[in-house]
Design a protein around this ligand. Structure first.
Ligand code: ADP
Ligand code: MG
Length: 260
């Protein structure tokens, strides 16, 4: 089982095509050093899966990339531009980085269509008619076009998460961050969300995905990052990582998630 569905080759991506760059990034929560000297370059079109034990800093890493969390030192650049501190530039930057959370975070009192159209109208100043047209296309793309006029609570978890993905895509993000997007779903709904993500990967979206779905990592990731205690302990192709992890931490972690 060595076939990899996604055939992009990260080694062939020139350094100039770096889309997300973290240099020597450090982050503390009080006495806790949650990101320790993180150096990471993600190429345009690359799919990076981040795995590691609970508390290792995976969510914090994602949240710093779209500036939901500040950093204490180091630099983060998106497409060559350092993350702005605040204000209008920050709102624009956030729109360039799509984020999908474990808990779908849809507006309960707005329809599915409104949820997907809203950001375009508010942040991008797109006319409502145009925003709704695009929202319908995106809802079709993630397979929930027929749910457009319902409210989130009327949808299954898998459908809601696909709406959340459509909402993020509506902003034309340069990179999509997924933080355990299937962890809150009933098992029978996990695949419908992973399939949408697989398709995005095939379409060339740059993606950072925190997940324990090893099947997804094997088939969609160009690179697996293993984090522990706020550090990137190991990184490799999925094939290398899953068949021959190098560090004891990674071996221990894999034995727990693969043989439970
Ligand atoms: N807002 C916060 N305030 C204080 N500590 C936090 C906060 N967010 C996360 N942490 C701590 O930082 C560490 C890393 O958390 P997190 O990035 O959520 O890890 P992971 O996503 O890998 O489980 C954990 O010890 C967590 O308890
Ligand atoms: Mg987390």
């Amino acid at each position: 089982m060595t076939e990899v569905v996604v055939t992009k080759d990260k080694d062939s991506a020139p350094a100039a095509d770096a889309l997300v760059v973290l240099e020597n990034v450090n982050k503390h929560f009080g006495p806790l050093h949650v990101l320790q000297d993180i150096d990471l370059t993600i190429a345009r079109g690359e799919v990076v899966v981040v795995i590691g034990p609970s508390g290792s800093g995976k969510s914090t890493l994602c949240r710093t990339i779209n500036r939901l969390e500040t950093i204490d030192s180091g630099v983060i650049r998106i497409d060559g531009k350092p993350l702005p501190a605040e204000g209008r530039d920050l709102a624009r930057l956030r729109a360039e980085v799509g984020m999908v959370f474990q808990s779908f975070n849809l507006f309960a009192h707005k329809t599915v269509l409104q949820n997907v159209a809203l950001g375009q109208v508010k942040v991008r100043k797109v006319p409502r008619r145009e925003a709704e047209e695009k929202a319908r296309q995106l809802l079709d793309r993630v397979g929930v076009g027929n749910q457009a006029d319902k409210y989130p609570a009327q949808l299954s978890g898998g459908q809601q998460q696909r709406v959340a993905i459509a909402r993020a895509l509506a902003m034309d993000p340069k990179v999509m961050l997924f933080d355990e997007p299937t962890s809150a779903l009933d098992p029978e709904m996990i695949n419908e969300v992973l399939e949408v993500m697989q398709q995005l990967a095939r379409d060339g979206m740059t993606m950072v995905v925190v997940t324990h779905e090893m099947g997804f990592a094997r088939s969609a990731a160009n690179r697996v990052l293993f984090m522990a205690d706020g550090r990137i302990v190991e990184q490799a192709t999925p094939e290398q990582f899953f068949t021959a992890p190098k560090s004891d931490r990674a071996k221990d972690f894999l034995s727990k998630i693969l043989h439970h």
